[in-house]
Unconditional design. Structure first.
Length: 483
């Protein structure tokens, strides 16, 4: 039997939000609190928060990889998160390390540490790249991620850090990655800019938040948990373990979403606007009738990069003093390792800590089908190879597999995305946004900014200001990832 949820006859504004990650949750929180509309939030998972959530491993709160809330967040976003968490939002010093030239160097880079720790040949090459930068020409041929970095940063840091790192993250050669990735992923586009960032870390020049980050006392997922509590308290109907059967449209107007819960019960959501944060490929796949053939073809070529998160519980209170380690070198398959207890400076439970390794990997690749035990053994071996031997007992190993960890910005992605995005933007009654919806390699605070922008474009009667949204979209396109 099909249950129909509709407020059209009552003349009440109604929003159906697809996806309960950061963008969807912030939207539900804002709309439920600030409007009298009916808000429904649908997610196929058993919990909300997506990859911005947290969970328990042996009594330790752990995140889905390394997460921070960056001071670079827009003022209204920062104010909202501070209001939600209060004293539970901690301002913490960044204390990580990156491995370059076989040596460990503080990250974010500090001038004194870099001068002391960088291998002399590496440092001399950086100085040469900085001096010759104005004379450097871009490589011949069409612009790519590779050519832009070689022109701006020079060969030393490009070939020793960025190029091997992006090969891990996206599984593609830098020559096969788009310029857009360099624009969104590399904040220091020249050696001189990197040196300026390092100089701003010096005492007397740094602000209160320079070299620091915000982190919730109870794990990064506390932000989403607090928004969920607010949304529920303000009347949001949250439906978990509920999948999207189809999205019905009449020409260019989306009319309803049909969902099915874990019991097999179907519901028709017939409201003012459908607000989608799910992967745009999944959104297109649910359309009834299907999109035009050229849109389907473009969507099939759009790729996401997967990732395996390996959690290793060690019988020690602390493995290292560092919150995160970065591994650009090709000798180790993981890209980053974090130790959550060092993010919020907790000690309980005594005698245990958790390391989380991020292993970029797609379904079907070598690592994807390995057992947790096999991946744990490999993790230990990798750490031993970079002077981080595991000399304490391993209590347990668990993994989480993410099929849509990062959007892949290959050379042809822009044309494909534009074909899909233009068609979705032509539909009335549907707004596509969020990191997964806009195929954006963004931080969590960027996802929240999208929610604020979206809420600003919705009128009390549920109509959507497309012109204003276009201006927000232009702003979103210039987001740069904070590491």
């Amino acid at each position: 039997m099909l249950c129909v949820v509709s407020d059209k006859a009552k003349g009440k504004t109604s929003y159906t939000i697809l996806g309960g990650g950061p963008a969807g949750l912030m939207t539900a929180h804002l709309l439920a609190r600030d409007t009298d509309a009916r808000v429904t939030l649908i997610d196929r998972a058993s919990r909300l928060g997506g990859n911005a959530g947290s969970f328990q491993v042996e009594g330790i709160t752990t995140d889905y990889g390394s997460h921070r809330f960056h001071p670079a967040a827009e003022p209204e976003v920062m104010a909202e998160v501070k209001a939600l968490l209060g004293d539970d939002l901690l301002l913490r010093p960044r204390h990580g390390r990156i491995r370059l030239g076989g040596r460990w160097i503080h990250f974010p880079l500090k001038l004194g540490n870099a001068l002391k720790s960088l291998p002399v040949p590496f440092a001399l090459s950086l100085i040469r790249d900085m001096v010759t930068g104005p004379l450097r020409r871009a490589p011949d041929g069409p612009a790519t991620f590779s050519s832009v970095l070689l022109k701006g940063l020079g060969p030393t840091i490009s070939k020793n850090f960025y190029f091997p790192y992006v090969r891990k993250l996206w599984g593609l050669d830098p020559d096969h990655l788009a310029v857009k990735l360099a624009e969104r992923r590399v904040s220091g586009s020249s050696v001189s800019k990197i040196l300026m960032k390092m100089a701003r870390m010096l005492p007397g020049l740094r602000s209160e938040t320079t070299g620091r980050f915000f982190y919730p006392r109870k794990g990064f997922g506390q932000i989403c948990q607090t928004m969920e509590e607010s949304a529920r308290q303000n009347g949001t109907d949250i439906q978990l373990e509920t999948g999207i059967e189809r999205i019905e449209r009449d020409g260019n107007t989306v009319t309803a979403v049909i969902t099915k819960d874990k019991t097999g019960h179907e519901t028709r959501h017939d409201g003012s606007q459908i607000l989608s944060t799910i992967p745009l490929t999944a959104l297109l796949g649910a359309m009834d009738p299907p999109p035009p053939a050229e849109v389907i073809e473009a969507a099939r070529a759009i790729r996401y990069r997967g990732m395996i998160l390996i959690y290793m519980v060690l019988e020690t209170g602390q493995f290292t003093e560092y919150d995160a380690h970065y591994f650009p070198e090709v000798s180790i398959p993981i890209s980053r390792m974090s130790e959550t207890k060092n993010y919020n400076n907790v000690t309980a439970p005594e005698g245990l800590t958790v390391l989380c390794a991020e292993l970029p990997c797609d379904p079907g690749e070598e690592w994807w089908d390995m057992s947790d035990e096999e991946l744990g053994q490999a993790f230990c071996s990798w750490l031993g190879g970079v002077d981080l031997p595991v000399n304490v007992p391993v209590k347990s190993v668990i993994t989480r597999r993410l099929s849509h960890a990062y959007p892949v910005y290959d050379i042809d992605y822009a044309d494909r995305f534009e074909t899909v995005d233009n068609w979705l933007e032509s539909l009335d009654g549907l707004v596509n946004y969020g990191r997964q919806g806009l195929f954006a390699h963004d931080n969590t605070h960027h996802a929240f900014a999208m929610s604020f922008g979206l809420a600003d474009c919705l009128s009390p009667d549920g109509t959507f200001d497309r012109q204003k949204w276009a201006r927000y979209r232009e702003k979103f396109s210039h987001h740069v990832v904070e590491d």
